[in-house]
Design a protein around this ligand. Sequence first.
Ligand code: HEC
Ligand code: HEC
Length: 310
Amino acid sequence: MKKRIKAKLLIVSLFTLYGAGAVCDVAVEGVGKFHPGREKALPGVEGDRNLTNTYSHWKDEKALEKSMAEKLGDEVMNYKNIRWLRPDEFNGEILFEEAKAVYTKAGTKGKSCASCHGDDAEKLEGVAAQYPKFDSTLNRMVSLTTRIKRCGELYVGTDLPVTSGSNNLLAAFVTAQSHGVPIQVDVSEGPQKASFERGRNSFFKRVGQFGFACASCHTPPSVLKKLRGMRPSTPYGDAASYPIFEFPDYPERHYLVTLQHQIKACASMSRMKTEPEGSEEYTDIEVFLRALSNGHKVNVLSSYYGEALD
Ligand code: HEC
Ligand code: HEC
C-alpha cells in the first residue's frame, strides 16, 4: 500500500513541476529530441562505470558484501543491495510450487511443458539468460514470456497471454533455471542489433505530455536521486532480476512483475503513450535493457525493494 501512495506522490510532484504544460496540453519543448548519452549506452553491465561510476561497489556478490560491510549508502551502491533478499524470505518457494503445477499440467494437446523440457525445466538451463532472442518464424525478437505463450499455443494447447499469472509464473520458473548465469543477449549484428538500437532510441527519445525520455530519470543528473521517496536507478544490471516478486501488488499475476510490465508502468507514470506488453516496441526496450546487463548474473527469484528503502 505504502508504495502505491509513493507512486501517487511522485505523480503529484511531477504535476507540480510540469503541471502547466500537462493541464493545457501544450507541447513541451524538446519532444522528439534525444536526451544526451545515447551513443555511450553500449551492451555490457560494466558500461555503468561511465554512467554512475558505482559499478565497483556492486559488480558481483563479493563487491556487494564488501560494500554492505562498509555500510555504504544505498545511492553509492546504486541500490543494488536491495536485491539481496533470498527467496525464503518472501515465500518464493510457495510460488515455485504453484509454477510447477502450471508447468506440469497437460493442455488440450495432451502434453505439458514438462513433456518436452524436463520435469524441472532442466533442459532449459541457461536459456533465459539469452532472452530476448530472435524468433525466425515470427521474424523478430521475442521475450521469454512471448516464447512461453507460443509454446502454449503450438505444443500444449493452452492460452498463456504474456500478461497472465500462469505465463508469468512459468517465466519465473524457467528463469530460475538460469539463476547465477551471466546474461548474454546477442545484439552483435542483424535484426538483433537493429532491435537494440531501436530500443536505445526509445529509451533516450523525449516523448509524451511531459517531454520525458526514460533517460531523463534513469541517467544523470536524476539517476540515483530520490524523487519523493522513490529512486530511479541506472539502466545497467536491474534487468537481471526480472521477473521479480513484488508484494502486495499484482495478486492476479502471483505478485510477479515482468520487465515489460515495469517498462509500461514507468511509461504510464511518465505520461508517455503506452504500448501493449509483448509488443515489438517494448521488446526492443527489453532487448536494450537486458543487453546493458550482459555479464551480470541472473538473480531470480528476488524481491522488489518496495519498503526496503524506508
Ligand atoms: C511438444 C514439445 C513442447 C512442449 C509441450 C513445450 N515446448 Fe517449449 N519448445 C519446444 C520446441 C521444439 C522449442 C524450440 C522452438 C524453436 O526453436 O522455435 C521450444 C522452445 C522453448 C523455449 C525457448 C528455448 C530456447 O532455447 O530458446 C522455452 C523457454 C520454452 N520452450 C518453454 C516452454 C514452456 C514454458 C512450455 C509449457 C507452456 C513449453 N515450452 C511447452 C517444444 C515444446
Ligand atoms: C519520471 C521519472 C522516470 C521516467 C521518465 C522513467 N522512469 Fe523508470 N523508474 C523511475 C522510478 C522513480 C523508478 C523506481 C520506482 C518505481 O518502480 O516506480 C523506476 C523504475 C524503473 C525500472 C525498475 C528498476 C529496478 O530497480 O528494477 C525500470 C526497468 C525502469 N524504470 C525503466 C524505465 C523505462 C524503460 C522508461 C521509459 C519508458 C522509464 N523507466 C521512465 C522513474 C522514471
